[in-house]
Write a protein that binds this ligand. Structure first.
Ligand code: NAD
Length: 484
């Protein structure tokens, strides 16, 4: 198999341990964003199939929750190993349906698989407590138990890893899960189901329902009383819809929503390090990550040199199809995404921003957008307020630390923030003042299975990864032992 000719993808959903079609036989097309060619047709399912998947997950729950944690861990480790053994094929699936360069897709598989491995271990350390009693004849015990059937709705930008991050924690904790992947990238989810089956994950524990019409499936996942928790990664707008729906059954919710990350460069920063960090956080996945730096706040004295260095590095980034060697910038996911970037850049230019490099679609056409650096951006521009989700760095000069913090926090979002400086006192001060769930100090790649990922404000609630991530899938039960 060559990188250009991935073998035919599995094109069925996965319910109760079986690969299945939609009841109606309906399918929808999956396209390669680099060419717009149809690469697969997958089942277009609705509420009925979703209900069956939920019921399968409910049937599987007692058996799975009842297993020893170490038995679950063994299966999860086999799932992790299956992913790594198939890393190349799984990466090719990501590149084919999502467009990111193969090297990044390989990284996503390793990153996603790491969550299965991590939570295999965390699942074995779900400890309870014995609390000192308040009266002599009682004992206060606390135990933690799997929540039950869970539902995950995931985005297209990390079509494999976003599922692993959720399923790893849920399934290790003893929950079962129904996943609804993004309609643009269902093939990676189906491939994960193949890996789960190969690893011996029991029927019904992990299910994948594919659909081109997310609303009815989402309504069933939130409206079905068997589902005790919904975990979502995607836009704030859809997150709010799901939160409203989840209120009906008082479902627990974890929400990983949009971001508008500031990237602050103080006058004393190592500018080369900051440029290296800017390249990594801004241009990875063509700027389509929720933790992407969205606003480059640069102290006025170094704004010029930083912008020049960044623009020179960005102009050298190779744009092309993700399967081509050396490519670091793939296409944007779809036409609407490219049109949004065009709109934001046009608004910024009209209000006085300067294009240092890029500033238009790439000569390759389609949804390829040239990696761009804009200088002299100001807070009134749309690009300051909106999530760009494209390879465009917007540089906003600031005067002092207080203004940097004020500008950084002047957003409804609170996912990731980054800043570069050499002053240790400032490092603590600014890290504490930033209203974000994750802060990188002289570091722009901070996501890891060992660390808590998540946001504050309208970027969401709950944490994924780390020892905290499994808590989102556990209920606390208090047992009071009397007359002892
Ligand atoms: P999106 O909200 O449009 O879609 C996400 C998922 O929600 C998809 O599976 C989609 O089918 C589903 N969906 C859409 N409408 C629905 C409905 N009415 N009911 C149920 N499900 C519905 O987001 P997207 O465009 O796929 O992803 C980009 C967004 O995701 C960005 O805002 C990005 O910041 C965010 N994101 C956040 C994180 C994080 O961890 N915080 C990670 C990745 C992406």
């Amino acid at each position: 198999m060559t990188a250009r000719e991935p073998r035919p993808f599995r094109q069925q959903a996965f319910i109760d341990g079986a690969f299945v079609a939609a009841d109606s036989g309906a399918t929808f097309a999956v396209r390669d964003p680099a060419t717009d060619a149809v690469i697969a047709e997958v089942p277009d399912m609705g509420a009925a199939e979703t209900r069956r998947a939920i019921e399968a997950a409910a049937r599987a729950l007692p058996g799975w929750r009842g297993r020893l944690a170490k038995e679950r861990a063994q299966i999860m480790r086999r799932w992790h190993e299956a992913m790594l053994a198939e890393q190349e094929r799984l990466a090719q699936i990501i590149t084919a349906e999502q467009g990111k360069p193969l090297a990044e897709a390989r990284g996503e598989i390793a990153y996603g698989a790491a969550y299965l491995d991590w939570f295999a271990e965390e699942g074995r350390r779900v400890y309870g407590d014995i609390i000192p009693q308040q009266s002599r004849d009682k004992r206060i015990l606390v135990m933690k138990q799997a929540i039950g059937v869970t539902a995950a709705i995931t985005p297209w930008n990390f079509p494999s890893a976003m599922i692993c991050r959720k399923a790893g924690a849920a399934i290790a904790a003893g929950c079962t899960m129904v996943v609804k992947p993004a309609e643009l990238t269902p093939l990676s989810a189906i491939a994960l189901a193949e890996m789960a089956q190969r690893a011996g994950v029991p029927d019904g524990v992990f299910n994948v329902v594919t659909t081109n019409d997310p609303a009815p499936v989402g309504a069933e996942l939130t409206g079905n009383a068997l589902v005790r928790k919904i975990t979502f990664t995607g836009s704030t707008e859809v997150g709010k819809i799901l939160l409203r729906q989840a209120a009906e059954n008082v479902q627990k919710c974890s929400m990983e929503l949009g971001g508008n990350a500031p990237f602050i460069v103080f006058g004393d920063a190592d500018l080369d390090l900051a440029v290296k960090g800017a390249l990594a956080t801004k241009y990875r996945n063509s700027g389509q990550t929720c933790v992407c730096a969205n606003r480059f706040l640069v102290e006025r004295g170094v704004a010029g040199p930083f912008a020049q260095k960044l623009a020179a590095a960005v102009a050298a980034l190779k744009v092309g199809r993700g399967v081509e060697p050396g490519v670091v910038i793939g296409p944007l996911i779809e036409e609407a995404a490219a049109a949004k970037v065009e709109r934001l850049v046009a608004d910024a230019r009209a209000r006085g921003a300067k294009v240092l490099t890029g500033g238009a679609r790439h000569a390759l056409g389609g949804t390829f957008y040239a990696p761009t650096v804009l200088a002299d951006v100001s807070p009134e521009m749309e690009i300051f307020r909106e999530e760009i989700f494209g390879p465009v760095a917007a540089i906003i000069p600031f005067e002092d630390e207080a203004e940097a913090i004020r500008l950084a926090n002047s957003t409804q979002y609170g996912l990731a923030a980054y800043f570069y400086c050499r002053d240790i006192a400032r490092a603590f001060r600014v890290a504490e003042a930033l209203e974000f769930g994750m802060v990188g100090v002289n570091e722009s790649l901070m996501s890891s299975e060992a660390a808590p990922f998540g946001g504050v404000k309208q970027s969401g609630m709950g944490r994924e990864g780390s020892k905290y991530g499994i808590e989102d899938y556990l209920e606390i039960k208090y047992v009071c032992l009397g007359n002892v």
